[in-house]
Design a protein around this ligand. Structure first.
Ligand SMILES: *Cc1c(COP(=O)(O)O)cnc(C)c1O
Length: 430
């Protein structure tokens, strides 16, 4: 495949945009080469500026769970736009999407809409601190909760890919209130709680980690965290920005049967427009301004276009819950095919999967936390695999620390084509 025009556009972009991109992982730094510029997308396919067609396993990093340019979402946005794009005043649609989200997700009474997953997580932590009157938070190495200061302490995804897990610009004062734990290691969390008894406002985590590859929680991990939080007056925050409205209607809380105190959303909830949200039971949400003392606001929060896209997305998922099992089955089919292809070519690997989240690690050791994920990502295998797949028209995330996002628009033929591409790519890295 030829990427002449993409490369030319990238050169132009670099003159006026830092690194040529508006979000770091887009830049291919971890895999080398120039990023691909998209012209348009439909269903499971991307069409780039050189007129290549690619099967898309990023899906805008999660939101396009039904595929690109889904008809209901597109027409909802177009119709809304004709009536004005922002008012900074309440609209009925905000109540409708809030009521729908509250009905789909277990254990929440109220939800506040913001503009990104970053904002949602940042606000959730402020709310937890305000509610408990405590300052410290526990986060897990390799979990990503957006780019707000308190989270850029061994964050996953782009932050690892760039080798700057502790970003310059984050003050020591901020860093000292973020306590870092090992994912899937309950004893470590208990140790930290004991060391900082009475000082911890919340534990925040991805209930299924998706920003160090896909790492499901080991049996008892989430349940154990729930018990520790109850015993010590700590709030449990599930960052469901990736898992929410993806693993099930009610996200990881529903699928894994563990209740969080505060839940954050992003990605799917906006149907491809900039939306985030955080939600909890009344007792906690009533602490938020204007009802309570914890301040949080947004000029464009609850924006009509974003709400229209989100509402179209959520109501489709609500009306057709079989979508969740359909994408999980597609993911399982892909898992089996990829595994077979890798085995045939004697490529050492570990595939992690839960629901429609899957990642291929080129290492034999089980990948269950940040250290094992980093270890698995250390060689050149992923880079080679990525470029080989891309050459065959398969677009996976340009970093070993990402989940593949499976959308419902993928057909059996697309999956077979992907598996066949993997078979060829495996020969390259064997
Ligand atoms: C993507 C992501 C975020 C950040 O959301 P943005 O909309 O990019 O700010 C936060 N948490 C998790 C788990 C994510 O996957």
């Amino acid at each position: 495949m030829i990427y002449k025009r993409s490369s030319a556009l990238f050169a132009e972009a670099q003159k006026v945009i830092p690194g040529g991109v508006n979000s770091p992982v887009r830049a291919f730094k971890a895999v080398g080469g120039d990023p691909i510029f998209v012209k348009e997308a439909k269903g499971a396919y991307l069409y780039d500026e050189d007129d290549n067609m690619l099967i898309d396993y990023i899906n805008s990093w999660g939101p396009m769970i039904l595929g690109h340019a889904q008809a209901d979402v597109v027409s909802a946005v177009i119709e809304k736009a004709k009536k004005g794009t922002s008012f900074g005043m309440p609209t009925e649609l905000e109540t409708e999407i809030a009521a729908l989200a509250v009905s789909m997700v277990p254990n929440i009474d109220k939800i506040r809409f913001v503009n990104s997953g970053t904002e949602a997580c940042m606000s959730a932590v402020r709310l937890a601190r305000g509610f408990t009157g405590k300052d410290k938070i526990i986060k897990f190495a390799g979990c990503y909760h957006g780019h707000s200061d308190a989270f850029l302490i061994q964050a996953g995804s782009g932050a690892i890919t760039f080798g700057t897990p502790n970003s310059p610009g984050v003050t020591e004062g901020t860093a000292k209130d973020t306590l870092l734990a090992r994912y899937n290691d309950l004893a470590h969390v208990e140790e930290i709680i004991t060391q900082h008894k009475g000082d911890i406002a919340c534990i925040i985590l991805e209930p299924v980690a998706g920003n160090m590859g896909c790492i499901p929680p080991v049996a008892g991990f989430l349940e154990g965290l729930r018990k520790l939080c109850d015993a010590h007056g700590i709030l449990l925050i599930f960052d469901e920005v990736m898992t929410g409205f993806r693993l099930a209607k009610g996200g990881a809380q529903e699928l894994l049967g563990v209740d969080a105190d505060i839940v954050t959303f992003g990605k799917v909830i906006g149907g491809g427009l900039p939306v985030g949200a955080f939600a909890a039971r009344n007792e906690i949400m009533d602490f938020l301004a204007p009802q309570g003392p914890v301040y949080q606001a947004g000029t464009l929060s609850g924006n009509p276009l974003a709400m229209a896209a989100g509402y179209a997305m959520l109501s489709t998922l609500n009306d057709r819950p079989e979508i969740f099992s359909s994408i999980a089955e597609k993911t399982e089919y892909l898992h089996q095919g990829l595994e077979q292809a890798l085995i045939e070519n004697s490529v050492t690997h570990t595939i992690n999967r839960l629901g429609s989240m899957i990642s291929v690690h080129f290492s034999e050791t089980p990948v269950r936390d940040f250290d094992t994920a980093t270890n698995a990502a250390s060689g050149d295998a992923f880079k080679k695999f990525f470029h080989n797949m891309l050459g065959q028209g398969i677009y996976i995330a340009p970093s070993a620390y990402e989940t593949w996002f499976i959308c419902d628009a993928l057909s059996r033929e697309d999956l077979d084509k992907t598996i066949e591409a993997c078979r060829k790519a495996s020969k390259d890295i064997a």
